[in-house]
Write a protein that binds this ligand. Structure first.
Ligand SMILES: [Zn+2]
Length: 100
């Protein structure tokens, strides 16, 4: 194996590693949310705001746990359509779900 082949091999291997890590990350996110049933699992945004009125601010919805405004969501269904669960990007707490 010469040096240019080795370079290509390194790129391929690091690409493969990235892909594997990404898959593990997605799997864990899905698994974490699948622990509960959709309708029972999380409140809707409306319910969330009624449970945590102080979380509704002029700047938007904040996390009840750490007051962060940074939210992300994961798809509930693998199809990547429809149901979403929003979670706090800062502390990882799940906040509310989309309607549906
Ligand atoms: Zn938080």
């Amino acid at each position: 194996m010469n040096s240019s082949q080795f370079g290509i091999w390194c790129i391929l291997m690091s690409g493969a590693m990235m892909l594997i890590l990404l898959c593990i990350y997605i799997e864990q996110a899905v698994y974490k949310s699948k622990g509960k049933k959709w309708r029972d699992a999380y409140p809707t945004l409306k319910e969330y705001v009624s449970i945590y009125p102080h979380c509704k601010t002029d700047r938007g919805i904040k996390c009840f746990n750490c007051s962060s405004f940074q939210r992300r969501f994961i798809w509930w269904d693998r199809s990547g359509q429809g149901r979403k669960v929003f979670y706090c990007q800062h502390c990882g707490e799940y906040l509310y779900r989309s309607n549906g």
